[in-house]
Design a binder for this molecule. Structure first.
Ligand code: TYM
Length: 336
């Protein structure tokens, strides 16, 4: 039976962090045996924020190495760099004719970027979700493992595919955001201010390349409060986030232990000690991150091999991308 097709990408705008791991990479690794997978480094998307392109070159290789260090096998999946698949750019062009200014301007990520870089509101930034739709649909993917922040982009990708099908004939499958059996994931920063991200507060972000002592230091500084006012209180979101992280890297009985303590705590009788919780989380996090960090460093040492793997991934990605473009050109009537 034909396996379902999966696509996902990560921008090489900085070091990968725990949000990237738990929102995306963890699913990539789980999916690689059961699906036909295409995973890529979204370097074109990075250009929308005008990074130093020498740094970008290094980042692309590092992100590839980090993908593999997390457990992706480049023999099983197509692991490639976006700019090595020019077919994506052609599909982006066709989708641009089906994307409307009003809806692009309303996109949450666009509005965020306008706030962050008011002097660089370029057309690439506006049409960022159109390029993302092309990345996905060029492989005719149906499942896209991503974190919660990408949900709107996936909805837009479906809209563009539907409009294409309506106008030119039903040839494109509709893609959906994917996470195994649960809602999409959103890891917050350790300071409790918004999502964990590559470039914002570095002390609030746990990177897959962080040294053990840095991991401990960041977690010990994570935001907490005086403890719950009454037993069985709702958790503030920054405490919930610590429990989410604990749930991801610690044993189930450890999580239960601290949850019970939280639920039994109240003002004047605070059983839970956030210092102890953070110490435990820090040690479990070190156990989790350090093997990934070391493997990624070893892989980065062999640049030639990384580049060979990158070329192999691009070959696989282009094979299917060319098939899609053939269908698309035929549907539009560009096959002279
Ligand atoms: P990017 O590079 O910002 O993030 C890569 C992946 O990590 C997830 N992620 C998170 N998940 C949970 N909590 C967080 N704090 C967190 N931060 C990041 C993201 O949801 C994403 O899955 N536009 C995309 C890149 C892209 C793409 C695509 C993705 C380009 N083309 C096609 C899927 C399919 C982005 O900027 O991701």
């Amino acid at each position: 039976m034909q396996k379902e097709v999966v696509v996902s990408g990560i921008r090489p705008t900085g070091f990968l962090h725990l949000g990237n791991y738990f929102g995306a990479l963890r699913n990539y690794v789980r999916m690689q045996d059961d699906y036909q997978c295409y995973f890529f480094v979204a370097n074109w998307h990075s250009l929308t924020t005008h990074p130093d392109t020498r740094e970008l070159q290094k980042s692309v290789l590092r992100v590839l190495a980090e993908n593999m260090a997390c457990g992706l096998d480049p023999e099983k999946v197509a692991l490639y760099v976006q700019s090595d698949v020019p077919e994506i750019a052609e599909l982006y062009l066709y989708f641009n004719m089906l994307a409307y200014k009003g809806e692009l301007e309303k996109t949450v990520t666009f509005k965020d970027k306008v706030r962050q870089q008011p002097d660089n509101v370029n057309a690439g930034l506006l049409t960022y979700p159109v390029l993302q739709a092309a990345d996905i649909i060029i492989q005719r993917a149906v499942k896209v493992p991503v974190g919660k922040d990408q949900e709107q982009h996936l909805e837009m990708a479906r809209n563009f595919a539907e409009r294409f099908n309506y106008r030119y004939g039903d040839i494109l499958p509709l893609p959906y955001a994917f996470n195994y059996g649960e809602d999409l994931i959103r890891i917050m920063g350790l300071d409790g201010n918004g999502k964990m991200s590559k470039s914002e507060n570095q002390m609030a972000t746990l990177y897959l390349a962080d040294e053990d002592d840095v991991i401990r230091k960041k977690i010990m500084k994570a935001k907490t409060d005086q403890g719950p006012a009454t037993v069985h209180s709702d958790m503030p979101d920054f405490i919930q986030n610590l429990f989410t992280l604990l749930g991801l890297v610690s044993q189930a009985d450890v999580v239960d232990h601290f949850k019970t303590q939280f639920n039994n705590s109240s003002a004047g009788n605070c059983v839970i000690r956030y210092g102890d919780l953070k110490k435990q989380l820090a040690e479990d996090m070190v156990q989790f991150i350090s093997p990934i960090r070391e493997k990624a460093a070893a892989l980065q040492a062999d640049e030639k091999k990384l580049k060979d793997l990158m070329a192999m991934g691009a070959d696989k990605a282009r094979t299917r991308a060319k098939e899609t473009l053939y269908l698309v050109r035929q549907a539009i009537g560009l096959n002279y």
